[in-house]
Ligand binder design. Structure first.
Ligand SMILES: [Zn+2]
Ligand SMILES: [Zn+2]
Length: 362
């Protein structure tokens, strides 16, 4: 089965194929099994019907059965007991606003999602970084402008710090490997698009390194995931460790220094969010958080790159990183790249965690 348990995103606007797509969106967990962003002419179906129709849900059903396993049996994968991580993460609460009511058009205004607590995450037997699988591979595909190339390299650096993983840039694969059957000209907008599933399963999967926790293609080409969709920002598989993301809709980094920073931040957010899904994180519904689903560009821009206390505990557990060292590395990255708000966040987060350590030592 090519598509297993996947996450995806779609537009809540349901723009028909004959109209221009909505401004954009960032991905979310979907019953349909796609990581994506904008879907055409799609109607919401009752969840039960999707569960019966979609074979990908078998994996989720298995996951729910596994959830009966006692929590204590699962703690060996992390270096700290889960409850300690959760307590430490709670010190970050002053930095995160609760989600509150969604605005009209926001992700949660057009769909209902259960969210995922740290305990639920552990019970679901999440994918984790292990000694055997500890590297994030970035696979550039096709041509990039000079500024886009710098953004790809910076995003790789950022991902390594975010997940405490080694990263490796692979030699560029030209888009000429994509056959005609996996390309199209958008029927309304006219731009060329590449089929995400071809990249995932025909390009990446056969080349998947054994030590890859994630193998991610980045392209400047626009993407679409198949019939009924206008476009997607990205798509990834939680079970096959492959993903693809486009910077096509993240702005023009050549235009100015400010546009460069914006494009970089958007690319960082998408990359971090999607790798989070690959480590079994569901969408967050508790706080403003990097794992929130986003239904359009403005909502995605409003969401932080950082993770809330509930989600950061998942990341710490899945990656076994040193929380303080991680924040320091991220702060350093953000300062170097003039991402002031983000740098400020990581500095404050470092102080809060250190304050916790000092208290427990006394
Ligand atoms: Zn998502
Ligand atoms: Zn969260």
């Amino acid at each position: 089965m090519q598509v297993a348990t996947l996450f995806g995103c779609e537009s809540g606007e349901g723009a028909p194929e004959t109209s221009a797509p909505p401004a954009g969106s960032r991905c979310a967990i979907l019953e349909t099994g796609l990581y994506g962003s904008t879907q055409q002419n799609r109607r919401r179906r009752p969840r039960k019907r999707i569960l019966r129709r979609n074979p990908t849900m078998r994996s989720l059903e298995v996951m729910f059965v596994i959830s009966l396993i006692p929590l204590g049996l699962l703690s060996a994968a992390g270096e700290s007991p889960p409850q300690n991580l959760h307590t430490l993460a709670s010190k970050l609460k002053p930095l995160h606003k609760p989600m509150g009511e969604p605005k009209p058009g926001d992700w949660l205004s057009v769909r209902t999602e259960p969210g995922q607590t740290f305990k639920e995450y552990l019970r679901a037997r999440p994918e984790t970084i292990t000694d055997a699988r500890n590297k994030i591979y970035i696979q550039p595909m096709g041509q990039f402008s000079g500024a886009q190339e710098r953004i790809v390299a910076l995003t790789a650096d950022f991902l390594g710090r975010y997940y405490g993983a080694k990263t490796e840039m692979r030699p560029n694969i030209p888009l000429s490997v994509i056959p005609k059957k996996a390309r199209r000209i958008h029927p309304v907008l006219g731009g060329e698009q590449v089929l995400t599933t071809y990249i995932l399963y025909e390009v990446l999967k056969p080349r998947l390194p054994k030590d890859a926790v994630a193998y991610i293609a980045l392209t400047a080409s626009d993407l679409w995931p198949g019939k009924g969709w206008n476009f997607v920002f990205g798509q990834a598989s939680i079970t096959d460790r492959v993903g693809v993301w486009s910077i096509h809709r993240n702005g023009d980094p050549e235009a100015s220094a400010e546009e460069f920073r914006l494009c970089l931040l958007r690319t960082m957010k998408t990359a971090a969010h999607e790798v989070g899904h690959m480590l079994s994180m569901y969408h967050c519904t508790l706080y403003d958080c990097g794992m929130n689903g986003s239904n359009h560009r403005e909502e995605a821009d409003r969401r932080p790159v950082s993770l809330c206390p509930e989600c950061i505990a998942k990341l710490w557990w899945a990656t076994r990183v040193d929380p303080v060292a991680r924040f320091r590395k991220l702060a350093e990255f953000c300062k170097t790249n003039d991402l002031k708000l983000e740098a400020e966040y990581y500095d404050k987060a470092t102080k809060l965690l250190k304050a916790k350590e000092a208290k427990s030592d006394s």
